[in-house]
Design a protein around this ligand. Sequence first.
Ligand SMILES: *[C@@H]1O[C@H](CO)[C@@H](O)[C@H](O)[C@H]1NC(C)=O
Length: 392
Amino acid sequence: MLSLNLKLRHWVAFLVGALFLVLYYIYHQYAPPYAIYDALAQSESRASLALVADRNPPKYVFFRQLQGAGFNNQVQEVLLYHHLALLTSRIYVYQPLIWQPRRASLPLSAFLPGVTTESITSAVFDRVCPPSEVTHVSLNVENDIWEHAREVLSRPDKCMVVDDWLFRWTFLASPAIHPIWPSFQHYLSLHFKWSAHILDIAERARPTEPYMALHLRRGDFEDHCRGLASSQTGFTTWATLPGLNDAVFPPSLDPTNYTSVMEHCYPSLRRILDAIDSQARANPHINGLHVLHDGAWDHPLVYLQYFKLEAAVKSPARILRAGWKGGPMKVVTHSGTLPVGRGESDWAVAVDVELAIKASVFIGNGYSSLSSQIVALRLAKDRARTADITLL
Ligand SMILES: *[C@@H]1O[C@H](CO)[C@@H](O)[C@H](O)[C@H]1NC(C)=O
């Protein structure tokens, strides 16, 4: 009896020890790089103070922005607002990125140094623009939202705070954003830049072979798509650009047709493979595939679909039937295999985006704002070709 008790105690001690080691490992693997974030936040303040001391006569604009939306939605909005601020000769006032998983505020320069250069933090804005000197404006109007916003922000007031939310989903999904594209494309080519941390990891992660990137938007998307099909909604943001019509994988999208919306918004694996086959036939030199996906513990089925895709693009018999001229894919990677080191996991999403920008071919989902953002960033690069883009 006594020895059984002793054995049990040993086991419990062993299990507690093992659990502790696992937790310790997880903590170290995922602990955010607080020291880097603190140093960046401090240099953001210093640079902002230097800029306000220097500029004469400065004009500033502070926008109310999404707080705690998905990473990409925040990035998309930051880039659009920064662009608008520059267009109207104002210094952009930036806010930290709200990191949903931890509800933490991360310095924007850890992600988008192209935005924070020549811009100021909201804390410094509060110092140079006390409430008595602030002009509050609202930008939403029925028509010509963009023109109206440019006109208002071009006024001489030194400190402007925009109180309403300019880039609503309905606006972003409408043709009203098309007039923004030419200047936004130019803006992206000049000012969009990931931080060195992100670029370093992306360099480590890049397949050694020419590769295509596929955005497999799954997870919670099916319900979302049903809603979009019922409300007869088309593609979002830059995926709606007329120049991309030829990039849409046939049959073309008919937003008034429920089945058609579902086919594009939540494509079957069959359809996704057809799109891969089509690009593989056109680009026989490509023999790598990187899959961006949202698989996680709460969406395990995404992995199942990923493994089916991986098997299909690696199968010599299948690709022969599908008419590929090159061989099967030699390298297949996905969001879960990124070589993200200790303390680097906050950057993983951005690394995925960078890999999709650099890919020879990108296959994305026109209903996803992440895919649309990737498309925009690809089109902002020199020698961009719409033929290298497929929208499912
Ligand atoms: C709706 O879309 C589906 C899928 O593309 C297509 O098969 C069907 O013919 C379309 N229906 C109509 C009425 O156009």
